[in-house]
Design a protein around this ligand. Structure first.
Ligand code: PMP
Length: 508
């Protein structure tokens, strides 16, 4: 008889997957929006198959240099030398490690007292006791900015080992690297501002003696070569967090107007103090919105305008009974060449933003969507080294797929539309039928390159019939007139017109 295993410890509680939540509340998993992870709404543009191609070609090998280029780039980012950096599988690896190394069987304090739950679990793993007395503890975690409150605590002077967890420091714009000289350890991660949580890469910064101690107690190479390649590519193009910060402030103001009063945040989430946060979390779940309750408040990760507006609408509905519009379509198309995310509402207000890096065709799709009266947001990343073709084609295909989904069984639409649109010397004529059959009859002359192919791609996935004749002398004008005309024609076809499927067949 072998010995019985030891009792499991209380450990980090992962919230359920989108699929599980969707199943529990009876929604399509694609409708689930996570406001509980404190991660950006999309990966960085650098996270593309091409950047891991060379790591894949060597994936049978260990990286004998222990990712030296990545450690060099991290050191350079912080103005340090290579021996000040250790890599780990997320900063969580170091939270567990520092507790074991500096507080085994001893004491740990956190600043502030209400902070990231991993410190508690790490203390348990190290057989350490959590105490309130910061001055007396063997190890002090300072969470700066703090999770879950977003506040920026002062760094205290301590007797024990100081560990400053700067997982969200990019959003605060301040760091405590000046404390390294006194022996502090600073923890950083690629999971938050860099948008690589799934890659699991974190690092510790400290004086070489402490880095040597930490490295000697890690499993060899806990970071994978694929993750290291993603982190290195992300560092070459560090994130601009200004949009996230502006969005955090907008969300804060909007929550305030709803009577939910967040505390000032220095991170990519906001904390709303309240007595019964779980009740609100439970009320939002059937709308697909996943938030996280803590003792004394609700934490909301900042995403982007479209997702945050969906949350605000659901909150207004739950908190004060405002009517709730039907949700828009969320659609993602990801291949080895491109990654395109589409959010679409047919009955929109012309709020359009298309950003794939192919500026001209982004502009064309924006024209189409605006003149069709849609709300459309497309975020995409392609493989520009191969030219514009894949990105433009996949963007239009993804938009068409979302459009097809938004049409549902195509009941209640006028179905047909026609428009003529000039642009200076160019003139375009478009006729559209939400037929359910993909037919394109396109004469665009001169074509700036991909105008006809882009529309043809849309036709195929949207399953519409489209006739376009566009002529002129300036190819940009001709294309723009064509896309606008298609938009105007679609606006007519999308007019709500009773509850019939406009076909004597009874289906489209
Ligand atoms: N520190 C804090 C304060 C966090 O909120 C998190 C993630 N929830 C982490 C560290 C760990 O991040 P990772 O292991 O992904 O680097």
């Amino acid at each position: 008889m072998s010995q019985p295993p030891p009792q499991p410890l209380e450990s980090y509680q992962w919230p359920p997957s989108n699929e599980r939540i969707a199943e529990a509340v009876g929604l399509d998993p694609r409708r689930i929006i996570r406001f509980d992870g404190n991660v950006p709404p999309a990966p960085p543009a650098s996270a593309r198959p091409a950047v891991i191609a060379s790591a894949l070609a060597d994936v049978n090998e260990y990286d004998r240099g222990r990712y030296e280029p990545l450690r060099v780039a991290i050191a350079a980012r912080h103005g340090l030398s290579l021996d000040h950096v250790a890599l780990g599988a997320g900063s969580d690896e170091f939270i567990v490690l520092v507790a074991r190394v500096f507080a085994a069987g001893g004491t740990i304090a956190t600043v502030p007292t209400r902070s990231y739950s991993m410190y508690r679990y790490a203390a348990a793993m190290a057989g350490a006791t959590l105490i309130d007395d910061v001055a007396a503890a063997d190890l002090v975690f300072v969470c700066r900015p703090n999770n879950p409150t977003g506040e920026l605590p002062d760094v205290p002077d301590v007797r024990g080992q100081l560990v400053i967890d700067e997982a969200y420091a990019d959003y605060a714009g301040v760091d405590a690297l000046d404390r390294l000289a006194d022996g502090a350890i600073v923890l950083r991660t690629f999971s938050k501002a860099f948008g690589l949580a799934g890659a699991r890469v974190g690092y510790a910064l400290a004086q070489p003696d402490r880095i040597a101690v930490l490295s000697s107690r890690q499993a060899p190479l806990s970071v994978s070569s694929l993750s290291a390649a993603l982190a290195l590519a992300a560092l070459a193009n560090p994130p601009d967090v200004s949009a996230q910060i502006a969005e955090r402030e907008r969300l804060t103001r909007a929550l305030d107007e709803l009577g939910l009063r967040p505390v000032a945040s220095h991170a990519n989430f906001v904390f709303v103090p309240m007595a019964e946060p779980q009740a609100l979390v439970d009320a939002l779940l059937p709308h697909g919105m996943v938030l996280r309750a803590f003792a004394g408040g609700l934490r909301i990760s900042v995403r982007d305008e479209v997702d945050d507006d969906a949350l605000l609408a659901a909150l207004a509905h739950v908190v004060r009974g405002d009517p709730l519009a039907p949700p828009g379509v969320r659609h993602r198309r990801a291949t080895a060449e491109t990654r395109i995310v589409v959010r679409l509402r047919l009955a929109g207000e012309g709020r359009v933003l298309v950003q794939t890096g192919e500026g001209f065709y982004d502009h064309m799709l924006q024209q189409l969507a605006f003149h069709a009266g849609l709300d459309l947001r497309v975020d995409g990343v392609g493989d520009p080294e191969t030219g514009e073709h894949h990105t433009v084609e996949d963007t239009m295909r993804a938009f068409g797929e979302a459009f097809d989904e938004a049409l549902g069984d195509r009941r209640g639409f006028a179905r047909y539309g026609e428009a003529r649109v000039p642009m200076d010397e160019a003139l375009a004529h478009a006729v559209v039928d939400l037929s359910g059959r993909a037919t394109a009859n396109l004469h665009i002359k001169p074509d700036p390159g991909m105008a006809a192919h882009a529309l043809e791609s849309l036709v195929q996935t949207a399953r519409i019939t489209l006739h376009v004749t566009a002529t002129g002398t300036n190819a940009h004008h001709v294309a723009e007139a064509a896309f606008k005309a298609v938009g105007r024609a679609l606006a007519q076809a999308l007019v709500r017109d009773g509850n019939l499927v406009r076909s004597t067949k009874g289906s489209l």
